[in-house]
Design a protein around this ligand. Structure first.
Ligand code: SAM
Length: 188
């Protein structure tokens, strides 16, 4: 399954941002980052960072690691780095086996990433493992729909994953028009 998904993202990397313009509720990314309120100097990991669409939302002087499994997407993110004065690192890795120590990050960001990862429960557990207690995980994603092609195969169980973590939710906003949601989890 992961090989197919990787091949899919290699194929669509050149058009990915145009395709997402159709799927994304306007301002949804901005809303997520406003809620997250990332502070200068915080250690941030963005999982499934794709082409780096979020690059402009990070405050300068934030240390961000963009992590993705797909070379073509990462290559595009690399080009965007120059637009922002922040400090960025690009890492090619699997979200289900993050190459980071426990509790080593302040913030993890996942926009349209969990729904693209077949083992999304494992990916969320990994995000929780690497985030320090009191740190935040920011999610923007499809939660109820099964939209092809951008929503991925796993969006149906995302809603359940978030419901299981209700006690850790510090912000949850369902965007009904696109069946997406913005969620901030605080790691206990
Ligand atoms: C829908 S795109 C989202 C890209 C970006 N976060 C955004 O908001 O536009 C999903 C991304 O997740 C990546 N991905 C899929 N499975 C992954 C995995 N197991 N580990 C890391 N990245 C993965 C894909 O390569 C792709 O770049």
């Amino acid at each position: 399954m992961q090989t197919t998904i990787n091949a899919w993202y290699t194929l669509i990397a050149p058009f990915y941002e145009q395709l997402m313009r159709i799927e994304e509720p306007p301002e949804a990314r901005k809303q997520l980052f406003t809620h997250l309120n990332i502070q200068s100097g915080e250690r941030v990991l963005e999982i499934g960072s794709g082409t780096g669409k979020n690059v402009d939302y990070y405050p300068s002087s934030t240390r961000v690691t963009f992590l993705d499994i797909n070379h073509s997407m990462l290559r595009r993110a690399k080009r965007k780095q120059k637009r922002n004065s922040g400090s960025y690192t690009l890492v090619r890795a699997d979200a289900t086996r993050l190459p980071f120590a426990d509790n080593s990050l302040d913030v993890v960001v996942m926009t349209y990433a969990l729904s693209a990862i077949p083992e999304n429960e494992r990916a969320l557990q990994e995000a929780e493992r690497v985030t320090r207690p009191g740190g935040h995980i920011g999610i923007l994603d499809f939660v109820r729909a099964f939209p092809f092609p951008m929503g991925g195969m796993s969006s149906l169980n995302l809603f359940n994953l978030l419901r299981e973590r209700e006690g850790n939710l510090v912000c949850g906003e369902y965007l009904p028009k696109k069946r997406q949601g913005i969620y901030i989890l605080q790691v206990p």
